[in-house]
Design a protein around this ligand. Structure first.
Ligand SMILES: Nc1ncnc2c1ncn2[C@@H]1O[C@H](COP(=O)(O)OP(=O)(O)O)[C@@H](O)[C@H]1O
Ligand SMILES: [Mg+2]
Length: 299
C-alpha cells in the first residue's frame, strides 16, 4: 500500500470511528479572474451561517489577500503555519461576521509536496477535526487553468463555477471545464458542478449565459452542468468591498444583496449525494496529496 492509500485509509478510519460530522465542501472557481469568486464565497458563507450552519471559508487563492480585505480581518496564522510550524487548527481559524470562520491558505497548498510523512499524518488529523467543526466549508480558489487550482477542483465533490457575460469569461469557463474533464483524478459521477452567472443585467441574460456554456459542455464533455442562478450587476457590490462589509450585511436589500441571499438559501436546501470516500475536507486533501505525490514521482 503506498503512502497516499494509507492516508485515505487513515481518514476513513477517523471519520467512521465515531459517528462524526463530515463537512460539506463547496469549491468556488472560475475560468477567468476577477469575476466575483471571493465576493460570492464570503457572502454565501454568511448567508449559510444565518441559516444556522457552521461555516468556514478557506482561501486558497495565493497571493491576493482578497477575502481578508473584504471581511476587514487580519488572520494571525495560515494553513502553512499549521502544516510546518506547529499551529493548531483553532489558531488558524479567524472569526468573521455572523460567526463564520476564515482560514487563509497562505503558501500551504503549494507546499503540500514538501510535507514529511509525519506532517502529512498531522495535517490529516487536523483536517478531520475541521470536518467536525464545520457543516459547510467554502473554498475560494484562484482562477483558471493553473495546475494547483485544477487539482483542487478535480479533488472536489461540489463545485461552483462563476462566470460573467464577458466573452473571455465564457471561453475561459469552458476551457477550465475541458481541462478538468481530461484530468484522470476528475470523476464525473462524483462531482456536481453548478454555475452562477454574475454581473448580469437581467435574469434572461443569466440563463443565456448558462445555455451558451452548457450547450458546448453537453456536446463535447461528458458531464452535466447545473444552473444555480444569477447575481445582477450592482454597484453596491464594489461599495461593500470598499466598506469591507459584505453586501449581504451592508446592503441586504440591494439587487445583488437579495440575489445572493436567495442563492444561499437555494444552496443550503440542496443535498448533494457524495460517496463516503470523497466526503469532507480531510478526504479532499488526502486526494490532493495523492495527486501531488504522483506528479512528484513522475517529474
Ligand atoms: N455583481 C457584481 N456587480 C458589480 N461588481 C461586481 C459584482 N461582482 C463582482 N464585482 C466586482 O468585481 C471585482 C472582483 O470581484 P472578486 O470577488 O474579487 O473576484 P475574483 O475573486 O473572482 O477575482 C470586485 O472588486 C467587484 O467590484
Ligand atoms: Mg478572489
Amino acid at each position: 500500500m503506498d503512502q497516499a492509500e494509507q492516508l485515505r485509509k487513515l481518514v476513513k478510519q477517523q471519520n467512521s470511528s465515531q459517528k462524526k460530522n463530515i463537512a460539506r465542501v463547496i469549491t468556488v472557481t472560475s475560468g477567468k479572474g476577477g469575476v466575483g469568486k471571493s465576493s460570492i464565497s464570503v457572502n454565501l458563507a454568511i448567508g449559510l451561517a444565518r441559516a444556522g450552519k457552521r461555516v468556514i471559508v478557506m482561501d486558497v487563492d495565493f497571493g491576493l489577500a482578497n477575502i481578508e480585505v473584504m471581511l476587514g480581518i487580519r488572520p494571525e496564522y495560515n494553513l502553512a503555519d499549521m502544516m510546518f510550524r506547529g499551529k493548531t487548527l483553532r489558531e488558524v481559524i479567524t472569526k468573521g461576521p455572523e460567526g463564520i470562520g476564515f482560514i487563509s491558505g497562505g503558501s500551504g497548498i503549494h507546499e503540500l509536496t514538501k510535507l514529511t510523512r509525519e506532517q502529512i499524518v498531522n495535517l490529516t488529523m487536523r483536517l478531520v477535526e475541521l470536518d467536525e467543526l464545520a457543516d459547510v466549508i467554502i473554498i475560494d480558489t484562484g482562477a483558471g487553468i493553473a495546475d494547483a487550482v485544477l487539482e483542487f477542483v478535480a479533488a472536489s465533490t461540489e463545485v461552483l463555477l462563476v462566470a460573467t457575460p464577458e466573452p473571455t469569461s465564457i471561453t475561459d469557463a469552458y476551457a477550465l471545464l475541458k481541462t478538468l474533464n481530461r484530468k484522470s483524478e476528475f470523476s464525473t459521477e462524483n462531482t456536481s458542478i453548478k454555475m452562477i452567472a454574475n454581473r448580469v443585467t437581467s435574469e434572461n441574460e443569466g440563463r443565456e449565459l448558462f445555455e451558451k456554456i452548457n450547450v458546448v459542455v453537453a456536446k463535447f464533455l461528458d458531464f452535466h452542468l447545473e444552473y444555480l442562478g444569477n447575481i445582477p450587476q450592482d454597484e453596491q457590490v464594489s461599495k461593500a468591498i470598499i466598506r469591507q462589509k459584505p453586501i449581504i450585511l451592508s446592503a441586504p436589500n440591494s439587487e445583488a444583496g437579495k440575489a445572493i441571499h436567495e442563492l444561499a438559501e437555494k444552496l443550503g436546501g440542496i443535498c448533494v449525494p457524495v460517496a463516503d470516500e470523497k466526503k469532507g475536507i480531510a478526504q479532499l486533501f488526502a486526494n490532493l496529496i495523492k495527486t501531488t505525490y504522483k506528479q512528484k514521482r513522475k517529474g
